[in-house]
Ligand binder design. Structure first.
Ligand SMILES: Cc1ncc(COP(=O)(O)O)c(C=O)c1O
Length: 461
């Protein structure tokens, strides 16, 4: 190992970098650890960085998989070293570690005895801590879906307005638009990013368009600067569906507001449904706060400042759990970025041979899901997935199996029967997801890499 004293660009810290905890800093950290470089990192005091900062302790070598106190557990987590135990896609019993489960149970118990089971002090404490992490004004909500509805209402989306969205998202995106009485209008995505194409979004604008709602699919930031330009050209509001992208540098920097999700399957998964609306705009933050709770003034009991609102604030016990788990957030995102880089390296040969298309290891990513693509169509994809499962014991998944315009309800047929989204459709038939979650071990990851090598090569011949 060589020692380097290379700081992060622009930090001005001699001989070291400030660890900011956002995805660009994590990206850099992963590359340093993988290259055996040991720059001195100084951590900020943000609560969300605490566990990573503790491990880092000024030396990246403590984050290497070969370090004795490594953040990755090799054999012990897999139980049977070298065994052929299946590799689940997203094992529910391992969403939280036993230590996190204890922290969560204690946090919940503390609020239970107070009887403050809906509103309560933990919500405000959590919002302040999250604001410290994101640098944005924060309203914690009862889910990401509720956060999206609140944010759309707060930026002025009214019944009958149109909101431009991609078709390759979880149904929450379109449902949030529908819940406002507005009409989702579909635009195509960029083939490499899988996220809303600014040009296609611009072409979908009509006189009734009110907002653009890009989705940072799989955790990768959409091209927000270009989307903002498109929106500005037409006088539109922008709300980001960042439900999969907590921690990504630039979230809510080119939009009116961004919404993150903390449901148990997300990078920062809690013990129930939760989310947050993030914004840099103080006035909008106040409106978000009011719409999230019946339209009420924050300090005057039952006095409305907004015509209507939802019952969509985070519950006090969940916020208390969130405070307990927050110190581990940046470590989780580091682990995911590290695993993503390791997939990109471990599968590079297949990518180079044109047998499997990998995502680029970019810094604008939370690595919520790791998506690969096969050059053929859906039949080849299913053949590879079957081989990986049957021969390698590795589970994979497809996010999302039905595109918005291919749903078969009467509403969808009325709204979207003429939608043509060539890039979205092409990605939809060729992409699938391989395991990447907070507790994926390196041994399990090696099994996935091995299984894919075998399956792709066999299927190609
Ligand atoms: C892209 C996207 N949007 C919205 C949501 C909704 O978030 P939640 O489950 O917290 O309501 C999710 C999560 O499921 C999501 O992945």
């Amino acid at each position: 190992m060589t020692t380097m004293t290379q700081g992060l660009p622009g930090t001005g810290v001699p001989g070291g970098g400030v660890f900011t905890g956002d995805s660009h800093a994590l990206h850099r950290l992963v590359l340093d650890v993988r290259a055996g470089r040991v720059p001195a990192y100084a951590s900020s005091a943000c609560l969300a960085h605490r566990e990573l900062a503790g491990l880092l302790d000024g030396r990246t070598e403590r984050l290497s998989p070969s370090a004795p106190d490594s953040v990755f557990h090799r054999e012990e987590r897999d139980g049977r070293p070298g065994g052929r135990r299946p590799v689940p896609f997203l094992p529910k019993a391992r969403l939280l570690t036993p230590a996190e489960q204890r922290v969560a149970a204690e946090a919940f118990a503390r609020t239970l005895v107070t009887g403050e089971l809906t509103s309560g002090p933990a919500a405000a404490t959590f919002e302040a801590a999250l604001a410290d992490f994101t640098g944005l004004r924060t309203t914690a909500t009862s889910s990401g879906t509720d956060g999206l509805i609140v944010a759309l209402r707060a930026v002025g989306v009214e019944p009958g307005d149109e909101v431009i969205i991609p078709a390759n998202s979880f149904a929450a995106t379109e449902n949030a638009v529908l819940a406002c009485g507005a009409v989702p209008v579909l635009a195509d995505v960029e083939p490499e990013r899988h996220t809303l194409d600014p040009v296609s979004a611009g072409a979908a604008v009509t006189s009734r368009t009110r907002a653009v709602l890009p989705v940072h699919l799989y955790g990768r930031l959409a091209d927000m600067a270009a989307l903002r330009r498109t929106a500005d050209a037409h006088g539109l509001r922008v709300v980001e569906d960042a439900c999969q992208a907590i921690g990504v540098t630039g979230v809510a920097r080119h939009s009116d507001a961004a919404v993150v999700s903390f449901n148990p399957y997300k990078n920062f998964g809690l013990t129930g449904k939760a989310g947050a609306v993030l914004t840099a705009d103080g006035e909008l933050a106040a409106r978000v706060r009011a719409v999230a709770y019946h339209g009420f003034h924050p300090d005057r009991k039952n006095v409305k400042t907004e015509p209507w609102g939802l019952n969509a604030r985070i519950d006090n016990p969940v916020a208390s759990v969130a405070m307990g788990l927050l110190p581990g957030l940046t470590l989780k995102n580091y682990r995911r970025a590290f695993l993503a880089e390791r997939y990109v390296t471990g599968l590079a040969e297949l990518h180079a041979a044109g047998l499997l298309t990998l995502p680029a290891f970019t810094p604008d990513h939370a690595w919520h899901l790791f998506t690969v693509r096969v050059p053929g169509g859906p039949a080849e994809r299913e053949r590879i997935r079957a081989r990986v499962r049957e021969d390698g014991g590795v589970e994979t998944d497809v996010y999302y199996p039905v595109l918005t315009h291919q749903q078969r309800t009467s509403l969808h047929e009325r709204l979207f029967s003429r939608s043509r989204l060539p890039h979205t459709e092409e990605l939809h038939t060729t992409a699938f997801q391989i395991p990447l979650h907070n507790q994926l071990s390196l041994t399990e990851q090696d099994r996935v890499i091995e299984a894919l090598h075998a399956a792709v090569r066999t299927t190609a011949h």
